[in-house]
Design a protein around this ligand. Structure first.
Ligand SMILES: Nc1ncnc2c1ncn2[C@@H]1O[C@H](COP(=O)(O)OP(=O)(O)OP(=O)(O)O)[C@@H](O)[C@H]1O
Ligand SMILES: [Mg+2]
Length: 250
């Protein structure tokens, strides 16, 4: 299964994805987390000590461009040899999970991250997964990058939303774009939800209830300030991660 996470900036995408990764691992799944944010933050969130040692997928792009002899920026190079073999060089094993980083965006003429987006899209559409393998894709905030088709090949898109008007607006835009590119399953996940009123506000604003609600967690805030990986916390978000897992696997 391939799951991506999206939503407005700072709503908790990386945090929720890290908690979901941990929950999937506990469930016995083989987890590959791909940080596709141009300002990657997942490695730190998971407590990877030297994230700079992970070879970014952007490197793979260069490699492929060099091999195929085509100019960088051309969207037409081929993903050869087989994708799965190539990937091993770009993965780091940490705490029983695998992590990949898309890497820095090389700004072309139009400021487009096309080579990276293409390689990611190819990877996602060509990756062959077994039953218990799950790919989690942490993405850049907002909607702009969705137009590049980076989420093609995703089975389930989680849209993180906090109880605010602007967050709901972004979430609805993301949903619309995801529907346009025919993502089979799209769900909202509430974050920083403190009470019943927040839940109702979200449900009414979105027109459908989120599949899980994450609390505003003192433990998560503290961990971030002290640079403690949230995956080492016990019960940082109560039952929310396990409810999210159940709904996803449902
Ligand atoms: N449920 C929560 N309770 C308390 N703090 C939270 C919670 N979720 C996220 N945070 C905090 O909010 C901040 C933003 O979270 P995070 O980095 O996960 O958001 P993001 O959506 O991935 O941001 P970006 O758009 O920059 O990628 C972090 O400091 C994080 O620790
Ligand atoms: Mg993030």
């Amino acid at each position: 299964m391939k799951i991506a996470i999206s939503g407005k900036g700072g709503v908790g995408k990386t945090t929720i994805m890290a908690l979901l990764a941990q929950e999937l691992k506990k469930n016995g799944n083989d987890v590959l987390v791909i940080d596709a944010d141009p300002s990657p933050h997942m490695a730190e969130t998971l407590g990877v000590k030297k994230p700079e040692e992970i070879r970014p997928i952007a490197d793979m792009t260069k490699l492929l461009v060099e091999r195929s002899g085509k100019t960088e920026g051309s969207p037409m190079y081929n993903m050869n040899p087989e994708v799965n073999d190539l990937l091993v060089d770009f993965m780091l094993e940490h705490d029983g999970m695998k992590l990949m980083i898309l890497g820095a965006i090389q700004t072309g003429d139009k400021g487009c991250a096309c080579p990276e987006s293409n390689v990611l899209r190819r990877m996602l559409t060509k990756l062959l997964l077994s039953e218990d393998q799950v790919v989690l894709l942490d993405m850049e905030a907002g909607v702009e990058h969705l137009g590049r088709g980076t989420i093609a090949g995703i089975d389930h898109l989680l849209i993180v939303v906090i109880p605010s008007k602007s967050s709901i607006r972004t979430a609805l835009k993301v949903k619309k774009l995801a529907e346009d590119v025919k993502i089979p399953k799209i769900s909202f996940v509430g974050n920083l939800v403190t009470d019943e009123e927040d839940k109702i506000f979200l449900e009414e604003g979105l027109g459908t209830p989120p599949i899980a609600f994450f609390p505003n967690s003192q433990a998560i805030r503290k961990a971030e300030r002290q640079e403690i990986p949230i995956t080492t916390l016990k019960d940082a978000a109560g039952s929310a991660p396990s409810i999210l897992l159940q709904k996803i696997m449902g």
